[in-house]
Design a protein around this ligand. Structure first.
Ligand SMILES: Nc1ncnc2c1ncn2[C@@H]1O[C@H](COP(=O)(O)OP(=O)(O)OP(=O)(O)O)[C@@H](O)[C@H]1O
Length: 334
């Protein structure tokens, strides 16, 4: 493991931002810290970087106890959402900065900067000033600068958070490809589940200062540890008091399955290939259901018709959480 965080607690005054967090981050992988705003993702990243010191617990980086090391001795590269470039220096100079203060030979610096700018596809902009770059290009420059000093770990705090959706999507694909080329252990913070699922090898779900679950995107999606993780990784609804994904509900026009829940279609929304239904059950539950357009047409669903709902085979369902964690038990319908 590249990073071992053990029993870390971090308080700001009376507020507990991280509570007894233990997590192992594997070498050479792209790991996302995912969770809602205020959950403690950035604080954990900053504790790993040494920008915040933990009140209790330890941080090991590549086998070295880094708990008391200052950031510059941890061999980590850091990129923030709003990257502060040296405005008066060219892109190439910005990337070269870390190497020059380490007094590397001029030729070596020039070669490395060229190589890095090629890697982040900015070689044609080497002589521009940061203000002459787009937001996405600036973040790529920031990544090149962080990579210049060959950190053992790259820490990214919502690196694409300030950019518009389209550029964000491009950069996330680009980050994945970049990581496949350089394989540096990378930890990035995001509150966007789609970004985490698409880009990362491993996801750490953080909520209320605690780790809810660690796993691959598939593990988290197929076997969420609790209803929080399940609901954070995609849309969920409730059927008969249990949490289920809207596309995991089977709709029929007759009670074909024992235990199927009867209800009336109260709303039909057609969005491209998808049809979203709201079904009001006899118990007063408003169940959200997602169907394909052909299936909805075949069933003849429209507002006011009576339908029966049941989980499809293999659906992930779990009790809605009144309190945690005793009430959260994963069930797979067979
Ligand atoms: N320097 C600080 N002083 C006081 N409280 C802080 C400080 N830094 C963070 N916090 C609090 O700790 C909690 C966790 O913050 P953190 O930035 O780690 O959350 P986050 O999950 O990264 O959220 P976001 O996605 O909004 O950045 C928040 O409630 C925040 O207000």
């Amino acid at each position: 493991m590249s990073i071992e965080v053990k029993d870390v607690t971090k308080r700001f005054g009376d507020f507990v931002a991280l509570e007894d967090v233990t997590v192992s981050i594997p070498t050479g992988r792209l790991t996302a810290l995912l969770g809602p705003s205020g959950g403690g993702k950035s604080t954990l990243l900053r504790v790993i970087a040494g920008l915040e010191s933990a009140d209790a617990g330890s941080v090991e980086i590549e086998g070295i106890d880094a708990t008391r090391l200052p950031p510059q001795k941890r061999n980590v590269g850091f990129v923030f959402q709003h990257y502060a470039a040296f405005k008066h220096m060219t892109v190439a100079k910005n990337v070269a900065f870390g190497l020059e203060i380490r007094k590397k030979p001029k030729d070596e610096v020039a070669d490395r900067v060229h190589e890095l700018l090629e890697l982040v596809h900015l070689d044609q902009f080497a002589h521009r000033l940061p203000s002459q770059l787009s937001g996405g290009q600036r973040q790529r420059m920031a990544l090149a600068r962080a990579l210049a000093v060959e950190p053992s770990v790259l820490l990214l705090d919502e690196p694409f958070g300030a950019l518009d959706a389209k550029v964000r999507k491009e950069l996330r694909d680009w980050l994945r490809r970049l990581h496949d080329e350089v394989h540096v252990t990378t930890v990035f913070v995001t509150h966007d589940q789609e970004e985490a699922l698409e880009v990362s090898d491993e996801i750490v779900v953080i909520n209320n200062g605690r780790v809810e679950q660690v796993g691959t995107p598939d593990e988290l999606y197929d076997e969420p540890a609790n209803d929080f993780v399940m609901s954070f990784l995609g849309e969920v609804t409730t059927l008969g008091g249990r949490v289920i994904r809207p596309h995991d509900i089977e709709v029929s026009s007759a009670p074909l399955v024992v235990g199927a829940v009867e209800g009336t279609v109260s709303r039909v929304l057609r969005i491209g290939f998808e049809v979203k239904l709201t079904v009001l059950t006899l118990d007063g539950e408003a169940v959200q259901v997602q169907l394909t357009r052909p299936l909805a047409a075949a069933l003849g669903v429209r507002e006011g018709v009576t339908v029966w709902l049941s989980p499809v085979a293999g659906a992930t369902v779990m009790p809605a959480r009144p309190s945690r964690p005793a009430a959260t038990q994963l069930t797979t319908v067979s």
